[in-house]
Design a protein around this ligand. Structure first.
Ligand code: PLP
Length: 408
């Protein structure tokens, strides 16, 4: 597999925030799994929208409304191509991953019965657990958990045993935000389909690192947000197979999602508008397209191989520190390192690193069941993006050593 080498110095110039200081030190941003930074081209797209053609879409006959509508719909098409959806209207704009999951969970409330079972993986983010618990409470369906092992991988043999004719839905993330594990979703989707179950994949952590192909995966629903892949907050997509989107009821009522309204009965608009009630985040939708353009110009293979280099380097250097344990040791993982140092609370390490200008995340990472599995309160999580460097990792390792000395 050949790919262009990544010129990280040049890439860093695209991100104005990377040249700022924090606590008097150059910012080292290792909280990419929580949100990524934004390149100038995406910032410019947002500024351009509000400076030149800010207008409500789909409803106006005037020029600005046409321009805004055209660019918003062009962005949907760009996302269709990026994710290889069969049709543009299978891409629904949402406010983010959480919104997409809730939209589907709410739709299934009218489909599931107390005879049905729903499978959820042990590696999920709270936003892919709580909506399913709420759904099961409403419908009486049973929620079952696909277990994980010590390496932070799903136990696939147990998954096969859990699947049955009763299974109606399976929820799994493509990549775990807390550990970085890449789950074998293609096989999991095929296995669920053998029992007629639908699968929703939470792609929030995958989309910054790889280019998922909806038709190749044959996935029923796939959700992600722009803000972890160089785009703005408050915008994301739900991909859904056309037949499912036709079948599900709308999530919210309002303007834009109707065909005919009388007080006796309302008929709904076609896809994608049925699921897009109200005025959307127009600038965000257009900027999401710009973010995808930016990442594709670098190339996802180039990004993945560079990030893998950072992961291997950081893993090796961190493990040289005595008493440091990494959680999530699958061979199949992205550039996320969750760790602890024996006898030291993760929060204390995070606080000392912050004084050095190093941004990491500490805590349970919205994945308390994973922390319970390892019987720890949380971890320090350093997550790397393609604009990070090995010398930043050296500074992290040095910082962790210092923190360990100060705290033990
Ligand atoms: C970040 C994240 C979410 C939630 O995304 P929001 O942007 O907060 O809606 C859900 N699942 C995973 C795996 C995540 O990493």
């Amino acid at each position: 597999m050949s790919h262009m080498a990544l010129n990280v110095d040049q890439i860093r110039e695209d991100f104005p925030i990377l040249s700022r200081k924090v606590n008097g030190k150059p910012l080292i941003y290792f909280d990419n799994a929580a949100t990524s930074q934004t390149p100038q081209s995406v910032i410019n797209t947002i500024v351009d929208y509000y400076s030149n053609y800010n207008s409500n879409i789909h409803r106006g006959v005037h020029a600005l409304s046409q321009e805004a509508t055209d660019l918003y719909e062009a962005s949907r098409q760009k996302l269709q191509e990026h994710f290889n959806a069969k049709r543009a209207y299978e891409i629904i704009f949402t406010s983010g991953t959480t919104h997409g999951i809730n939209l589907i969970a709410s739709g299934f409330a009218s489909i599931l019965t107390s005879e049905d079972e729903v499978l959820v993986s042990a590696l999920e983010h709270h936003s892919n657990i709580v909506p399913w618990q709420m759904l099961c409470e409403r419908t009486g369906s049973q929620l079952k958990v696909i277990p994980m092992n010590e390496e932070g991988e799903l136990v696939i043999s147990a998954y096969h045993e859990l699947l049955s004719e009763r299974t109606k839905l399976v929820f799994v993330n493509h990549i775990s935000n807390a550990l970085g594990t890449i789950n074998p979703i293609k096989d999991m989707i095929a296995a669920a389909h053998n029992f007629g179950a639908a699968v929703l994949v939470d792609g929030a952590q995958a989309c910054p690192h790889l280019k998922p192909d909806m038709q190749d995966l044959d996935v029923d629903f796939y959700v992600c947000g722009a803000h972890k892949m160089c785009g703005p907050t408050g915008i994301g997509i739900l991909y859904g197979k056309e037949e499912w989107l036709q079948k599900l009821p709308p999530y919210q009522g309002g303007g834009e999602m109707i065909d005919q309204v009388t007080f006796e009965k309302t008929t709904y608009a076609g896809l994608p508008h049925k699921f897009e009630a109200g005025t959307p985040n127009i600038a965000g939708g257009i900027a999401f397209g710009a973010a995808v353009d930016y990442m594709n110009a670098i190339g996802f293979e180039t990004i993945a191989s560079y990030e893998h280099e950072l992961l291997s380097y950081a893993t090796e250097k961190l493990l040289e520190i005595e008493g440091l344990k990494i959680y999530g040791t699958s061979d199949s993982k992205t550039s996320v390192i969750s760790f602890n140092i024996e006898g030291i609370h993760p929060y204390d390490i995070g606080t000392i690193l912050d004084k050095m200008g190093i941004a990491v995340r500490t805590g349970h990472h919205c994945a308390q069941p994973i922390m319970d599995f390892y019987q720890i309160p949380g971890t320090v999580r350093a997550s790397f993006a393609f604009y990070n460097t090995k010398s930043e990792i050296d500074a992290l390792v040095e910082g962790v050593r210092k923190a360990k000395m100060m705290l033990s």
